[in-house]
Design a protein around this ligand. Structure first.
Ligand SMILES: [Fe+2]
Length: 320
């Protein structure tokens, strides 16, 4: 879990009888687990203060939909299939070996049906494709006490294996039918900018039902739209939470929550990854693994730097 409690321990061990602090720490962790087990739906919240957001959702690891977090985003009035067709129609993107212009794709997306779905996934790195649109997705929703992903001491090359800001476009019949946890154990923000999108999510304790392999523990081999129950009988026990994200809403769910998505009409959402103290060491280990595939020396350096940087950020968060 996020280690606000550990921090409490460090602060108090010299100033108070720390046994009280330890007891509080254990009790809080037990309460968090109990609270998460009892989650049977995803709250829709508005006017949530930063403190409430962290205490009620981030620390216990509970997903939430923020209904008013991006009300002032310029992207809400701007982003649509027509906007991309009119302004970026000549750009290209390859999906499953076929190259489409954005203009072609937008037509396919609008005409997409369950029987004849448009190509998917059509995801676009916003920082690379549309740096001029970054201003339209501000102000940020800050997931933790500080925004670790955008920390000045964390260079973007240490996010190898994922994009930080992406547009996801799809149409009726589009689906990402494979259950997974996001790369690098990052936390997930999905903000709906056009149309609606369904997220089907499962808490971490249900991983046993998904048959993740040792080689790829963040992915399930099950096709959830057509599951093979003979091969994966435990999947029958899985109990998903399904949410339909509407325009202007932001779904936040922590790393460890399994998920897939489905669309029933034209949909554009923005995906954004986050980091906090809770999964920092797993992120560092995964990031260094990514780099080791290219160079063992660079991978080891990334690991060492990541560990030191994590401590620096931990210290910084004490004072926030
Ligand atoms: Fe994902």
């Amino acid at each position: 879990m996020y280690n606000g409690n550990e921090r409490l321990f460090v602060i108090n061990i010299f100033s108070k009888p720390y046994i009280i602090t330890i007891t509080t720490m254990i009790n809080e962790q037990v309460q968090q687990k109990i609270k998460r087990r009892s989650v049977t739906s995803v709250d829709r919240r508005e006017k949530l203060s930063r403190r409430e957001f962290i205490k009620e959702y981030i620390e216990p690891g509970i997903p939430v939909i923020l209904t008013d977090a991006v009300q002032s985003w310029g992207a809400l009035d701007k982003i649509s299939p027509k906007f991309f067709k009119d302004n970026y129609g000549h750009y290209t993107k390859e999906v499953k070996g076929v190259t489409y212009t954005f203009a072609e794709f937008m037509d396919l997306m609008v005409a997409s049906t369950e029987e004849k779905p448009c190509p998917y996934p059509f995801n676009l790195n916003i920082e690379n494709y549309f740096p001029e649109l970054m201003k339209d997705i501000r102000p940020e929703v800050v997931f933790g006490k500080i925004d670790r992903v955008n920390h000045p001491l964390l260079p973007r090359f240490m996010m190898r294996g994922t994009d930080v800001y992406e547009f996801f476009l799809g149409g009726a019949g589009s689906a990402f039918p494979f259950l997974h946890i996001d790369a690098l154990f990052l936390h997930n923000q999905a903000t709906q900018l056009y149309g609606t999108k369904d997220f089907i999510i499962y808490p971490p304790e249900q991983a046993i039902f998904f048959y993740p392999s040792k080689e790829n523990p963040k992915h399930s081999p099950i096709n959830v739209l057509n599951p093979d129950y003979d091969k994966y009988p435990l999947f029958k026990e899985a109990q998903p939470l399904r949410v339909t994200l509407k325009k202007g809403e932001t779904l936040i769910f922590p790393s460890g929550w399994w998920h897939y998505t489905q669309m029933y009409g034209p949909s554009i959402s923005m995906g954004r990854v986050h980091l906090n103290a809770e999964y920092w060491n797993m992120y560092v280990a995964d990031e260094s693994r990514e780099w080791k595939e290219r160079s063992k020396i660079v991978g080891n350096l990334v690991y060492l730097y990541g560990k030191v940087l994590g401590k620096v950020m931990d210290l910084q968060e004490i004072f926030v």
